[in-house]
Design a protein around this ligand. Structure first.
Ligand code: GAR
Length: 216
């Protein structure tokens, strides 16, 4: 694929986007990918600001945009891979199909636990605490037609500590996300991570922790 052209889709602050920007910058000429476009459904998303600061083209595609607008933006920018980093909208089926095996999402729990409709961001961490779970984590998975249910590419765990609230737990999970997300996206770009035609993940990394070696 040469240097893969990645689109990052984000609705929020964009700290995972930033982790990827920083990792690619650190790899310099050896990076297997470049972020060619950042798309948000929210004009005020911090992710758009971060992209602009890094000199990355941005697109604002609100929920009210005409059908096909998201796909058109991706096709126009000649995108090879999509990385969802806190993107809170359903991906239209034609986009899921076009980017089959070429789109991953990061989710702040140990999927399949605490996934599905309505489970995003702080809602996830509150639900984990309410359930009395002793550990949580983050998952990167390939995106298919079912929300949060695609084949798992990378997963790591963190402890839930006595006295945690949703903010402290979110911060611990985010630290892990900032390792998992760039690793998975760049491994996909290098071909070290792949979804086979029969739906198996090659090169998956499961059971990671905040300390596991994770080099790319
Ligand atoms: C992250 O915790 C990500 O896992 C979560 O949104 C946050 C975005 O943070 N994604 C979901 O909940 C998807 N269901 P960021 O904007 O700082 O990267």
């Amino acid at each position: 694929m040469g240097v893969a052209r990645i689109a990052v889709l984000a609705s929020g602050g964009g700290s995972n986007l930033q982790a990827l920007i920083d990792r690619i910058a650190a790899l310099g000429a050896g990076a297997p990918a470049e972020i060619a476009l950042v798309i948000s459904d929210r004009r005020a998303a911090g992710a758009l600001e971060r992209a602009t600061r890094a000199g990355i083209p941005t697109a604002y595609v609100p929920a009210s945009a005409p059908e096909g607008a998201l796909e058109a933006a991706l096709v126009d920018a000649q995108i090879d891979l999509i990385a969802l980093a806190g993107y809170l909208r359903y991906i239209p089926v034609p986009v899921v199909q076009r980017f089959h095996a070429r789109m991953v999402n990061i989710h702040p729990s140990l999927l399949p636990a605490f996934g599905g409709a309505g489970m995003h961001g702080m809602h996830v961490h509150r639900a984990v605490l309410a359930a009395g779970a002793t550990e949580s984590g983050a998952t990167v998975h390939f995106v298919d037609e079912v929300f949060d249910r695609g084949p798992i590419a990378a997963q790591g765990r963190v402890p839930v500590l006595a006295g945690d609230d949703a903010d402290t737990l979110a911060a611990r999970v985010l630290t892990l996300e900032h390792r998992l997300f760039p690793w998975a996206v760049l491994a996909l770009a290098r071909g070290a991570l792949a979804l086979t035609d029969d739906g198996r993940v090659q090169g998956a990394r499961l059971d990671l922790t905040l300390d596991s070696p994770l080099s790319d």
